[in-house]
Design a protein around this ligand. Structure first.
Ligand code: IPE
Ligand code: IPE
Ligand code: MG
Ligand code: MG
Ligand code: MG
Length: 325
């Protein structure tokens, strides 16, 4: 990230530190403080601020509403980690591991409510539009999450189905984050659509990168369990490609690991990663990721503001491509 983006993230983090989301009963609120303060890249509120800054300078005025998206995102992570049986988040124990599933469910629920409280701190003239768009986005995230789980037990998931699943579970929220910034800055509808389109496309690229990192990240930097998707038979882009490309003994080996119900996790992760390596899956995935980022950049070109105004968003998207966590 560039210095300017880092500064904005610093400001977002200060504001998160000052959030008072509740204290009693502590079993309900401690996990919220815990997950919100674990770190995290703060990409989504940053996107809202960057989109706003394309049109207006006084971005501090939308800082609290922008945090609604971060609170919502952290809620989805808390519940996602239950669904994915994930042990680690941002380098620490997940909430359901540190406490238990019920605590993670209920703390997550109250975070969803708190997200609305923050959203309602925007100018009242935007309530209706923002809440409708936010609700659509939240519904779509749930749809994507259910597809993601349905796909775990299927072997015939197509690339098209996968792309739709990640559009829903991940990309629409990045699109909404940008669109919200543009709406609050008073941008016209066509411009808001173009900026959302930019967000959805880089959002798909972002999830492709997340799938890649799940296999190839450096565990110390990543903060999540490397290989988690392989362990769970997640139909990531990598696995779908591998299922399509593998033949003969490699195909048998891949099917063997997918069908095994009892296995040593490390062994499975190593074996499936080795299959990916033999099939050149990493490069194929990177190419596809770059295609989506390019599509995003094309949408950015359509936004009617001076080129130099867009530099921040370009630098931001580039940082997403290059990220290591
Ligand atoms: C993780 O999102 C969930 C996905 C949609 C892949 P981030 O990678 O933005 O997670 P944090 O907030 O930085 O931890
Ligand atoms: C998560 O996808 C998307 C949402 C949280 C809605 P993943 O399951 O791949 O996210 P990580 O990898 O656990 O962050
Ligand atoms: Mg997960
Ligand atoms: Mg998941
Ligand atoms: Mg992931």
């Amino acid at each position: 990230m560039t210095g300017e983006l880092k500064q904005l993230i610093g400001r977002i983090n200060e504001e998160i530190d000052s959030l008072q989301l509740g204290d009693k009963p502590k079993e309900l609120y401690e996990p919220i403080d815990y997950i919100m303060r674990l770190g995290g890249k703060r990409l989504r509120p940053l996107m809202a601020l960057l989109a706003y800054r394309l049109f207006k300078p006084d971005w501090e005025s939308i800082l609290r509403p922008a945090l609604a998206i971060e609170v919502f995102h952290n809620f989805t992570l808390m519940h996602d980690d239950i669904m994915d049986h994930a042990p680690l988040r941002r380098g620490q124990q997940t909430v359901h591991e540190k406490w238990n599933d019920n605590i993670a469910i209920l703390s997550g629920d109250v975070m969803f409510v708190k997200a609305y409280d923050l959203l309602l701190e925007c100018q009242p003239e935007y309530f209706r539009e923002l809440i409708q768009k936010f609700n659509q986005c939240a519904r779509e995230v749930c749809e994507g999450q259910q597809f993601d789980m349905n796909f775990e037990s299927r072997q015939d998931v197509t690339e098209t189905e996968y792309l739709e699943m990640i559009r829903l579970k991940t990309a629409v929220l990045l699109g909404f984050s940008l669109e919200m910034g543009a709406i609050l800055a008073g941008a016209d509808q066509k411009t808001c659509e173009a900026i959302r389109d930019f967000g959805v496309n880089i959002g798909i690229g972002f999830q492709l990168k997340d799938d890649l990192l799940d296999v190839y990240a450096d565990q110390d930097k990543f903060g999540k369990q490397v290989g988690g998707d392989i362990i769970a038979n997640k139909k990531t882009f990598l696995l779908i490609e591998a299922l399509e490309k593998a033949e003969g003994s490699l195909q048998n080996e891949l099917n063997h690991w997918l069908g095994k119900t009892e296995f040593d996790k490390t062994q499975k992760v190593e074996a499936v990663t080795a299959i990916y390596d033999q099939l050149g899956i990493q490069t194929i995935t990177e190419n596809r990721m770059n295609e989506y980022f390019d599509k995003g950049f094309q949408a950015l070109d359509r936004i009617p503001v001076a080129e130099e105004q867009k530099e921040e968003l370009r630098a931001f998207a580039q940082a997403l491509i290059n990220r290591e966590k």
